[in-house]
Design a protein around this ligand. Structure first.
Ligand code: ADP
Length: 231
């Protein structure tokens, strides 16, 4: 999220919604009569999808690949690389379904497919729960195609993303201290996070996120319901 522009829209999701997308992808796999032997879930965003897909499809072989864009000092490389090599024999001769949460450029899942194919897998197909129009790679199975680019806040990293978003708006807004209302205000202004949508997707989480930001020393308390970025 760190190399995004100041203003970008966010969509906050919840478990039920994302679980529904896992079901949609699995239904597509079944309709295509593709019967993978193993699911490769891309770390970290693809793990929940990988596990649920195994359940929907009746598979017990689940493994992982971690794709990374980063080389050295937070410099983004164009070509994603594999962080941890796959254990010998994980995919040889097997039909493989590679799954991730979302594709933006599509580079990660495309590279993952090449990597798996180089390891003498059988048939290799790909899936993402969501697909942005920016993606140059079209997975075989897609839960949902997003018309507008947005940062999707997934339930498995809700706290991590909200901390980044809130710290970002605090840095940008010209205020000494923030209360819950002003945090909500700036989330709406800079990232179109609608208050009601957030409460429907993730009810009563703001206090928890602020407490966690304090614990991680991202912000510090300046009195009741008042916080500032930590010095
Ligand atoms: P790609 O290689 O398809 O461009 P990225 O490298 O941009 O994918 O993204 C890698 C991971 O970063 C994704 O699997 C996802 O977990 C996260 N990510 C990327 N774009 C978004 C987004 N718009 N919303 C939420 N998460 C994202």
């Amino acid at each position: 999220m760190s190399d995004l522009p100041d203003d970008f829209n966010c969509t906050i999701t919840n478990w039920e919604y994302i679980y529904g997308l896992c079901r949609t992808v699995s239904d597509q796999v079944k309709r295509a009569e593709f019967e993978p032997d193993v699911v490769v879930a891309l770390a970290r965003g693809g793990w929940f999808a990988g596990r649920c897909t195994c359940d929907f499809l009746g598979l017990d072989d689940l493994t992982s690949l971690k794709m990374e864009h980063y080389v050295g000092a937070a410099e983004k490389s164009d070509e994603p690389t594999v962080r941890y090599p796959m254990p010998e024999g994980s995919v040889e001769g097997k039909d493989v379904l590679i799954i991730d949460d979302i594709a933006d450029t599509g580079g990660s899942i495309r590279r993952a497919q090449e990597y798996v194919e180089e390891r003498n897998a059988g048939e290799v197909r790909t899936a993402t729960l969501q697909l942005l129009r920016t993606s140059e790679f079209d997975p075989d199975f897609v839960g949902e195609r997003l018309e507008e680019w947005a940062w999707i806040v997934y339930p498995w990293n809700f706290i991590e993303d909200m901390i980044d978003l809130i710290a970002g708006v605090m840095e940008r807004a010209d205020e000494e201290t923030f209360d819950r209302e002003s945090v909500r205000h700036y989330l709406a202004e800079y990232h179109s996070v609608d208050r009601i949508e957030m409460e429907i997707a993730q009810p009563d989480r703001l206090t928890e996120v602020l407490a966690e930001m304090e614990r991680r020393e991202v912000i510090e308390s300046r009195g009741p319901d008042q916080w500032a970025l930590a010095e």
